[in-house]
Design a protein around this ligand. Structure first.
Ligand SMILES: Cc1ncc(C[n+]2csc(CCOP(=O)(O)OP(=O)(O)O)c2C)c(N)n1
Ligand SMILES: [Mg+2]
Length: 560
């Protein structure tokens, strides 16, 4: 067995799921060893796609993501997706061939590249301890929630593996062992910090919980605590859907918040952020948090307590664990609190949340006409047609709020939001990774024309995998975000506007079904596809109106 084979076997034995990648000579053997050991492999058509698929797969499956790439350009092609994963603290392992000889065309400083985007660079250096090195990379990814580049020097890969030959047994032993020193174990929350949060909740009249990425596993615990304390429930965009079905669910806080959610979050006297940094998006640059409100944060990462909107009080620990501990101390307080004042869980407020708590219920004037459909009309129409069991992935751009706000999702596993790097072009690959993780749900990719054309290579992957995906392209024949950013100031827009592209024909050329939508009636084509065998993906080429910029975009421009 050569080292490359031992590495593949070891990673498979760690329990990783589907592996994504683009195979070249430098990752051929390691990828084949993963496949031979039972890890399904999805060949992407561009490493940028592969990295984002693995990221989305990890987010939606709860397992570590794995992507394999060729040395040099294979890795540089993957960098945007890897940056998104690193910023999102996705546990992701990148297996990359590495040309260590400076005269090789493929040679670059791969470790330096990883460090530059916030990933951890490790390397397999030993023919004897290669398996130990793989397990260490896996543990850093999972236990520290990091994107790890595991460099595989070509010379080491091809050498004979000299460690214990029963690789799965060795991996099992290593994983069962205590974490080596240097790994931060999940911290037991300090009693004093928990006590301070208990007190804050007991004295609050209008508490709101905002749950972020770090709370996606803790719905039950947070709902129970909210029940006891009369708190309303909201999420960051990344955790959208977490409280779906609760009568106290305000949906997303931030630029995508409904007017009602914004009003109620602004009126809170205590905001508790659970695994949520309260960044500029989640708080509309802080404006959703009243200056008089107390802010509490619960986070695994002590540094997160001070970033963005800083916490008045913080608890370092796991969200579910802290919520459980706080609830245990607060038991019996509820009745008193409800009697003491209206709190935030009055019947009147429940009625308002029911009536106004979703964007679908917010009135608007349909501006469809002249061969173009209003994106709100398009999205509401799709929301009504598409089955509730869906998994929505959204690209970046002016259009992005429409699907984020108007396509309902069944729970936190129904929304995949790869926007930590704000890169255009990751949407389609995100939808593929999410679809592979959750084959029980209808995958929906929402893209702008710019993002769709940037990520187009993966249309063939959608077709090849036979994914029953609905790809919605909001086509305004422009980089709408730029048009609306600069247009009002009278700047020339020739660099950011384009002639029509027949995206439906492009999709058909890849073997997909396609429908062009210019008015609400055209959505009948989507209904027809839904009622059919769904044996190939559908691209909905929506020619959307583009006269105005979106209100969430104005928020974005403040962040430039
Ligand atoms: C990789 C990358 N390139 C450029 C940008 C700058 N940018 C932000 S939005 C946008 C336009 C995207 O166009 P499209 O996908 O059609 O969406 P629209 O804004 O038109 O709704 C661009 C170019 C970016 N965020 N990421
Ligand atoms: Mg566009």
């Amino acid at each position: 067995m050569i080292v490359a084979e031992a590495v593949g076997r070891a990673l498979a034995a760690c329990g990783v799921g589907t592996v994504f990648g683009v195979v070249g000579s430098g990752n051929f053997h390691v990828t084949n060893a993963l496949v031979a050991s039972g890890s399904p492999f999805v060949a992407a058509r561009h490493e940028g796609g592969a990295a984002t698929m693995a990221d989305a797969y990890a987010r939606m499956s709860g397992r570590a993501g794995v992507v394999t790439v060729h040395q040099g350009p294979g890795l540089t092609n993957a960098m945007t997706g890897l940056t998104e994963a690193a910023k999102s603290r996705t546990p992701l392992i990148v297996l990359a061939g590495e040309a260590t000889e400076a005269q090789s065309n493929f040679h670059i400083d791969q470790a330096g590249l990883a460090a530059a985007v916030g990933a951890v660079a490790l390397r397999v250096t030993s023919t004897r301890a290669a398996v130990e090195q793989v397990v260490e990379a896996y543990r850093v990814a999972v236990e520290e929630r990091r994107t790890v580049l595991l460099n595989l020097p070509l010379g080491v890969q091809s050498a004979a593996y000299e460690g214990p030959q029963d690789v799965p047994a060795l991996v099992a032993r290593l994983l069962a062992a205590e974490p080596p020193s240097g790994f931060p174990a999940v911290k037991e929350p300090a009693g004093s910090e928990v006590g301070a949060l208990v007190q804050a909740l007991e004295s609050a009249r209008r508490p709101v919980f905002i749950a972020g990425r770090g709370a996606r596993h803790a719905r039950r615990e947070l709902e129970e605590l909210a029940e006891r304390t009369g708190a309303l429930l909201a999420t960051s965009a990344v955790a959208k859907g977490l409280f779906r079905g609760s009568p106290w669910d305000l949906d997303v806080s931030g630029g995508f918040a409904t007017p009602l959610a914004a009003e109620l979050i602004r009126a809170a006297d205590l905001v508790v952020a659970w695994g949520c940094a309260l960044n500029m998006w989640t708080t509309r640059h802080g404006s959703l948090i009243s200056p008089g409100a107390r802010v509490a944060k619960v986070d695994l990462d002590a540094a997160a307590l001070k970033t963005h909107v800083p916490a008045d009080l913080g608890v370092v620990g796991d969200v579910a664990d802290v919520a459980r501990k706080v609830a245990a101390q607060i038991a019996g307080q509820v009745a008193g609190q409800v009697e003491a004042g209206p709190g935030y869980r009055t019947p009147a407020l429940a009625g308002r949340i029911r009536a106004e708590g979703r964007w679908q219920a917010v009135p608007y004037e349909d501006e469809s006409g002249g061969g173009r459909i209003d994106p709100r009309t398009l999205t509401i129409g799709l929301d009504e047609l598409l089955p509730a069991e869906r998994i929505v992935s959204v690209d970046s751009g002016n259009f992005m709020g429409y699907p984020s706000m108007l396509l309902d999702v069944p729970d936190e596993g129904g929304f995949c939001f790869t926007q930590a790097f704000q890169s255009v072009g990751l949407g389609l690959a995100t939808a593929i990774g999410a679809a592979v993780a959750r084959p029980d749900r209808l995958p929906v990719a929402a893209l702008g024309d710019g993002g769709a054309l940037m990520g187009l290579a993966e249309l063939e992957t959608v077709a090849r995998l036979g994914l029953p995906m609905v790809i919605v392209v909001y086509d305004d024949e422009a980089y709408g975000a730029e048009v609306h950013h600069f247009g009002p100031h009278g700047h020339p827009l020739d660099t950011v506007t384009f002639p029509p592209a027949d995206l439906a024909a492009i999709a058909r050329g890849h073997g997909l079904a396609a429908v062009t939508v210019t008015r609400a009636e055209d959505l009948a084509g989507v209904a027809g596809w839904l009622n059919g065998p769904r044996d190939r993906a559908l691209l909905v080429h929506a020619k959307v109106t583009g006269e105005r910029g979106s209100w969430w975009l104005e928020e974005a421009f403040k962040g430039h």
